[in-house]
Design a protein around this ligand. Sequence first.
Ligand SMILES: [Zn+2]
Length: 140
Amino acid sequence: MDLLHHALWPGGKFLGVEWSVWKVVGWVGNVVFTSRFFVQWYATEKRKQVVMPVIFWWLSLAGSFLILAYALFYKKDSVFIFAYAFAWIPYIRNLVIHHRNERARRRCPDCGAVSPGTARYCSQCGANLSQPAATSGPAQ
Ligand SMILES: [Zn+2]
């Protein structure tokens, strides 16, 4: 027990690191940011094709903001700050495009299958999706 304590807390520092609130913010940012690679890798292995799951962009955004906060308020290092200062732009752009694609998806009026917004025909039953959606009530 004493040996474990000395291994984890050498010189009274946990894992040899002097901890503070900002160290925790920085490390959580690191873990969140790094986890996105494993999430993406897992999604790609599962589908056996390169996939970028939407959670990848959320993890990128959250992780980079935490690391940026650490760089801005704790490290105060211009190189470090610059490395993360603009990273959020492509992350947010990818999330916006993903959201727009999700919103544009069309449900087949015949079989109920969901197709991308650019699809002209249902991939399940071949129904024409470019027809305006049938409205309820009598035709006028
Ligand atoms: Zn269909």
